[in-house]
Ligand binder design. Structure first.
Ligand code: ATP
Length: 283
């Protein structure tokens, strides 16, 4: 069973071809990350899936429905999804708890308001006016509003922008909890470590096209890429790129008769692979 099915999606703004031809399938219960540089077409794609933008062409099914279809089933459909947009509008004169309570009224089976406030780490700010929150705290409120409706499918557009490292880790833990509850999540992020920590699969999108879809560990042949072995030999740092780092290390162990000075063995990071892909796409 798929939560999202997209075939031949296209969207232009005048002469700008924001989405050129995208096919995408996201399974129920999956955490899927869309990666791509600024202007790649991620937000356009996500907003079409959320029903906020019309498409020029393509078939789109989100929880079995066309997101842009109107009518009585649209409200029922919206009740099943949660959305954290890239930027939010102001409602500065309400408190955190008032805002979340207000939004919970839109849903038929909302989560408990206090639990949601706690899960995004805003307990101490529950009674504060929104306009007094810091940027990162406002972003946490956005996440709270995305999950208050207990959604089957959650859209997160750059959810942790402005989070400090501790808040980001807490957010990751929250996403893991939602995963445990069976929530399907579509995430866009510029943080490759976030995609690696959270996503079952990632898609790299550039100039309105998908370049690759894979697990974070296998993207672009990452899992079978050559390893780089580096070590110190006297005053010199030496390195060797190899398919078989174990045999290089074994040879060095014999050469050094034991401990190899400053030994490191690394494979390309998700970021290395991603940047290579984006670079290739620009050639
Ligand atoms: P970012 O990482 O910066 O959020 P993105 O991948 O989400 O980027 P989009 O916001 O989908 O990218 O934009 C894709 C392209 O479409 C860009 O060239 C952008 O300038 C253009 N675009 C997006 N929205 C509009 C709009 N409402 N009118 C005209 N052009 C638009």
């Amino acid at each position: 069973m798929n939560a999202i099915e997209v075939l031949g999606l296209k969207k232009s703004y005048g002469a700008v071809h924001a989405v050129r031809d995208i096919d995408l399938t996201i399974k129920t219960g999956e955490i899927f990350a869309l990666l791509g540089p600024n202007g790649a077409g991620k937000t356009t794609t996500v907003e079409i899936l959320e029903g906020f933008r019309a498409r020029d062409a393509g078939d789109v099914r989100v929880l079995g429905c066309d997101p842009y279809a109107q009518g009585s089933s649209a409200r029922e459909w919206r009740n099943r999804i949660g959305i954290v947009l890239q930027s939010t509008s102001d409602s500065g004169d309400l408190t955190v708890i008032e805002t979340i309570e207000h939004f919970s009224g839109y849903y038929s089976l909302p989560r408990n308001v206090e639990e949601v406030i706690n899960s995004v780490g805003l307990d101490e700010k529950a009674g504060s006016l929104i306009r007094t929150l810091s940027g990162g705290q406002r972003r946490r409120l956005d996440v709270a509003l995305g999950i208050i409706g207990n959604p089957e499918l959650l859209f997160l557009d750059e959810p942790t922008t402005g989070f400090d490292p501790e808040a980001r880790r807490a957010f990751w833990a929250l996403i893991e909890k939602l995963r445990g509850d069976g929530t399907t999540i579509l995430l866009t992020t510029h943080y490759l470590d976030e995609a690696e920590a959270l996503a079952d699969r990632v898609a790299v999108i550039n100039e309105g096209k998908i370049l690759a879809v894979s697990t974070p560990t296998e993207l672009g042949g990452r899992s079978t890429a050559k390893a780089l072995v580096t070590w110190r030999d006297g005053t010199e740092t030496k390195s060797e790129t190899t398919d078989n780092p174990t045999s290089v290390v074994n040879a060095l162990t014999t050469q050094f008769k034991g401990e190899i000075p400053e030994l490191t063995v690394t494979r390309p990071s998700l970021e290395d692979i991603y940047l290579r892909m984006i670079g290739i796409a620009h050639e």
